[in-house]
Design a protein around this ligand. Structure first.
Ligand SMILES: [Ca+2]
Ligand SMILES: [Ca+2]
Ligand SMILES: [Ca+2]
Ligand SMILES: [Ca+2]
Ligand SMILES: [Zn+2]
Length: 933
């Protein structure tokens, strides 16, 4: 999205490592591998170790130690043989290596895997399909991608990437990253047909329909492997929970897994441009005038009715598959995203009358040409067709976006932005916007940067960077403004067209002066609040925080052009830097990468590409001045002790005694993830087996989770028990009320399930709903509270009677908590109230929907304390602090008067945990609250 984000992004990049520790002499947890004389050659995975030590997780005692010793021996052997400093990092899932680097081995990846594959990665060359080497994306570096297969059937999520140097007989392997799965022996002959599997997937989805893409056979890498049909289900645009890839066991017809990802499940292939194919013989040139008055030339195909806007003159055009063209559709008649792309435009003559149509068709081709010049085969690196739809939505839509969730990803442009009669912008079909959106497609099929917090800000920023690089090339300009052409005829600043220091108007300005000290510390409120009330806070401020990376990158580029004494469009140094930025994005970054990772990636590629030393020096100076450097961020006052500050988004924290649990979004979805659990000491967390959980909370010592299919699971120690299956959409809207005594969730429209600490399940109907829907659930002290969209508050003590209405808020109840009898509720009008002893007392008027919790002594919630501001503008988002109400004295305290948003508190006794944005992402913090307040 250009202005606002969608909660709906799916990325197809494998999950990266979560936690690891170095196996040195001081880590005595690993018996038999402590050898002070050895160099540290292996970073052991704490996650893998926890689940494989002492026989847990199917491993025999001692097996974990044996594996680690064997890996160390193999790395030592490799070091000895090559006399180079190889270091390995153990994979969290397989226990073999996830990353090997630091050395140099003479030969090709194939030979390397013959010699070392089985020992280091658990598979050898026979299990791999190697792609053609790519030496285009990063000059002087050769990247070779390999996927694992059983027979002809690809193994899901199994990829290794080899980096190397040199060519021909002088080729060397210098690094291997990724994950492959040993021990897969499943048969590859399906018992079910594709049709039977499709029917099973549609039934399992309970809605939606199979996409046009034919199901494919894959091996799901659990145990010895399970042969499965992968069926893509598409659904209504808003239905993020039904749509996804469904994996149907090809032998039994059982549903094995669901993943919230698009049809683009294939791993992105490296650039491998086919030799330019000949355009279709019916190809003709078309012309027209775009909304900015440019005379543009594009291409179409002669058909009976005139000229169809399919451009087959692109470098990615492939006549055999009819893919890789550029097409433009008219979406005037489209009323929801499901009907996209609309009608393929057919013009009666070669003169195109709709200015938006000729603009989309011409700019799209220019954008693909630019990426082809970097060695990329269309937007997806795999020769995909680039579709655009113009004239989408009402005039107040005011946006353009790149869909990566429809069966056929595409560009969508709204009309000029008019809100309440005021013209906010001109056309949105202009070069910067087009290139910005297509670059989202490039990112989605390469780094897969998650659209939240720092990774989301980087995702936005790379789109602005290449949007402006390409926009400047198209227009032969040298500006730092984004979407200035949309503001050409706007007389004065509007919310879309903002005033720049030089007097110009544009949507954003690259040289905005922001540094990391200006980082907007907002939380990403997660799926429930997005679906319930569109409360998304720009996914943690991605369109504000992108300004920091924009400013740094464009400053570097501008200085390099100045050194060359040329405009950016022709400066060799600026172009070399563009290539380094592209190499960093497509070969070094991962879904969770933050600003420091991105700086390191850019600098690594500059070094590997052997660019003029002035490029590295300039980049370092500017990154330092932008405060994008380890340890150079301004001192931030913290509200407590960090439990987890890993770069991914951590949401829905809960505490029970000294245990903490949360939802870890480190996989390929912005809303479904792993359950992470650890102690209040913040030791490395352990993760649930699959990243498909949407709700999590404690029920006593046990953890309760609800996954994308509505399956409720109780996990106590290593024991996982299926509790029940619920309708997932209403359950997500209501949320999961967890506590150290028990957990409650919505079993169906009016029935609440309560799981006590001992595992007992009790159900109760909420009476007298009168058509209300339940919008929040809280649990604590053995009681349950629910709130509705009409403001009604109900309370129930499982084991003694049913629900009773106890209170009424003015607006919809968006957060509710209880302990024993008293209930605390927050409505969507920012009012909070305490209900106790049959009375309702107003508490505050600036309460946020960012959660509430309660003990026998205190209530804690997130209160707005001002407005978050940045160098690039005021936001509509509050700064928040955790407030405390003492039930004993009635006093209210600002518990944590510290910068950054705090929210989603959870209490167990006086132990408090919450979500905190102090470090620029969604992290988990803890403290103990004093008594006697
Ligand atoms: Ca521009
Ligand atoms: Ca322009
Ligand atoms: Ca704060
Ligand atoms: Ca985080
Ligand atoms: Zn964007």
């Amino acid at each position: 999205m250009f202005n606002h984000s969608s909660g709906r992004r799916w990325w197809a990049v494998p999950t990266m490592a979560v936690v690891a520790l170095v196996a040195t002499g001081c880590q005595s947890a690993i018996e038999g591998v402590d050898d002070d004389a050895r160099p540290v050659v292996l970073v052991v995975s704490e996650s893998w170790l926890q689940s494989h030590q002492g026989g847990v997780g199917g491993a025999a005692p001692g097996e974990a130690q044996a594996r680690i010793s064997a890996l160390q021996d193999s790395i030592d052997r490799l070091r000895d043989e090559t006399h180079t400093g190889w270091v390995g990092r153990q994979d969290d899932v397989t226990g073999y290596l996830a990353d090997l680097s630091g050395g140099s081995w003479p030969g090709e990846p194939r030979g390397f895997m013959d010699a070392y594959g089985a020992d280091l990665f658990g598979v050898d060359t026979a299990a791999l399909v190697l792609d053609e080497p790519d030496s285009v994306t990063v000059p002087n570096v050769t990247t070779t991608r390999a996927t694992q297969a059983v027979g002809d059937v690809p193994v899901l999520d199994a990829t290794l990437v080899f980096s190397g140097r040199g060519a021909g007989t002088d080729l060397r392997v210098t690094g291997v990253r990724g994950r492959v799965f040993p021990g897969l022996t499943t048969s590859t002959t399906p018992a079910l047909t594709a049709e039977q599997a499709t029917a099973a997937a549609v039934a399992a989805a309970g809605g939606g329909a199979a996409s046009g893409a034919p199901p494919r056979l894959v091996v799901v890498p659990t145990g010895t492997g399970a042969l499965a049909w992968e069926v893509t289900i598409v659904a209504d645009a808003a239905d993020v929970l039904t749509a996804g890839a469904y994996y149907i066991d090809a032998t039994t017809g059982d549903l094995l897994d669901v993943r919230p990802i698009s049809a683009e499940v294939a791993t992105p292939a490296p650039a491998s441009l086919r030799p330019g194919a000949t355009p279709d013989t019916n190809s003709v040139e078309v012309t027209g005038t775009d909304p900015g008055g440019r005379t543009l030339t594009a291409y179409g195909l002669k058909v009976k009715r005139g000229v169809e806007l399919t451009d087959t003159t692109t470098e990615s055009w492939d006549p055999s598959t009819k893919s890789g063209s550029v097409q433009t559709y008219d979406a005037s008649a489209v009323t929801n995203e499901n009907q996209l792309p609309g009608e393929l435009v057919v013009s009666r003559t070669t003169t195109i009358s709709d200015p938006d149509v000729i603009a989309a068709q011409a700019f799209s081709h220019r954008i693909l040409d630019y990426y082809a010049s970097l060695g990329r085969d269309s937007w997806d690196g795999d020769g995909g067709t680039l579709l655009s739809s113009v004239n989408f939505g009402p005039d107040s839509f005011c946006n353009a976006f790149f869909t990566d969730y429809l069966a056929q990803p595409q560009m969508v442009y709204g009309n000029p932005c008019i809100v309440s009669g005021q013209q906010m912008s001109g056309t949105l079909v202009e070069p910067d916007i087009a290139a910005h959106e297509v670059t989202h497609g490039v990112t989605g099929t390469s780094a897969g940067l998650l659209y939240t917090g720092q990774s989301g800000a980087l995702n936005e920023s790379f789109s602005d960077y290449f949007g402006n690089v390409i926009g400047n090339l198209v227009d032969s300009e040298d500006n730092a403004t984004i979407a200035e052409d949309s503001c050409a005829d706007i007389p004065a600043a509007t919310p879309f067209c903002k005033a720049n220091p030089d007097g110009s108007l544009s949507l954003r300005y690259m040289l905005n002066g922001s540094t990391f000290d200006d980082y907007l510390r907002l939380l990403d409120p997660g799926l429930r609040l997005i679906q319930l009330m569109q409360y998304k806070q720009d996914s943690g401020g991605v369109h504000y925080n992108s300004a920091i990376w924009n400013n740094a990158m464009w400053t570097i580029r501008t200085r390099l052009a100045q050194i060359d004494g040329q405009p950016g469009n022709t400066s060799p140094l600026a172009q070399a830097f563009d290539r380094a930025a592209y190499g960093a994005l497509t070969t070094r970054l991962t879904p969770q990468s933050g600003f420091l990772d991105a700086r390191a990636a850019v600098e690594q590629v500059i070094v590997d590409s052997q660019l003029d030393p002035v490029v590295l020096r300039t980049a370092r100076e500017v990154f330092d001045a932008s405060r994008i450097c380890a340890g150079c961020a301004a001192d931030i006052k913290l509200g407590g002790d960090p439990i987890s500050t890993a770069p991914q988004s951590q949401q829905q924290p809960g505490v029970s005694g000294d245990r903490v649990a949360w939802l870890d979004l480190s996989s390929n979805s912005d809303f479904a993830g792993y359950v992470a659990t650890t102690g209040v000491d913040g030791a490395a967390p352990s993760l649930s087996p699959t990243p498909d959980v949407v709700l999590v909370g404690f029920a006593g010592d046990a953890v309760v989770s609800i996954d994308v299919r509505g399956r409720v699971t109780r996990t106590a120690g290593s024991q996982r028990t299926a509790v029940e299956t619920v309708a997932v959409r209403p359950a997500v809207l209501a949320g999961l009320g967890g506590s150290d005594a028990g957990a409650a969730w919505l079993a169906d429209a009016s029935t609440i399930s309560y799981l006590a600490a001992d595992g007992t399940l009790t159900k109760a109907e909420v009476p007298g709903l009168q058509g209300d829907s339940i919008t929040s659930i809280g649990a604590g002290g053995g009681a349950v509270a629910v709130g509705t969209d009409q403001g009604r508050i109900f309370s129930w003590t499982p084991g003694s009677g049913g629900f009773q209405q106890v209170g009424k808020m003015t607006g919809a109840v968006v957060a509710v908590t209880t302990y024993g009898g008293p209930v605390f509720a927050i409505d969507d009008g920012a009012a909070s109230a305490l209900v106790t002893g049959g009375q309702q007392y107003p508490v505050s008027k600036q309460a946020t929907p960012l959660g509430a919790t309660m003990s026998d002594e205190y209530v804690v919630w997130a209160e707005a304390v001002g407005r978050a501001e940045t160098k690039v503008g005021r936001t509509n988002y509050p700064d928040t602090d955790l407030f405390l109400l003492s039930l004993g004295t009635g006093k209210v305290y600002d518990l944590r008067d510290v910068p950054a948003q705090q929210g989603f508190p959870s209490l167990s006794g006086r132990r408090l945990v919450w979500m905190d944005a102090a470090f620029g992402g969604d992290d988990i913090f803890t403290t103990t609250v004093a008594g006697g307040l």
